[in-house]
Ligand binder design. Structure first.
Ligand code: SF4
Length: 73
């Protein structure tokens, strides 16, 4: 199951079926990602993390479960 949200100029999508619960994303961008009671990634509303932090989290996800794409203006 995917969850997505627009944060600033990017659309962030997480694929919970791919998530392996490493929690790297929650350390890198803690205002965007959190893990739920099952240990799987989910998105927080109203993120204040920078686009750079969100992209860094996506790069460091060992399961490639995070997708970040630019939103058309
Ligand atoms: S870094 Fe990837 S695998 Fe780890 S919790 Fe976040 S989405 Fe899941």
């Amino acid at each position: 199951m995917s969850v997505e949200q627009v944060i600033g100029a990017v659309r962030v999508r997480v694929d919970r079926m791919r998530c392996v619960c490493s929690e790297f994303c929650t350390y890198i961008a803690p205002n965007t990602f959190e893990t739920d009671g099952e240990g799987l990634v989910t998105l927080l509303a109203g993120s204040t993390d920078s686009e750079a932090a969100v992209r860094e989290a996506a790069r460091n996800c060992p399961a490639s479960a995070i997708t970040v794409e630019a939103v058309e203006p």
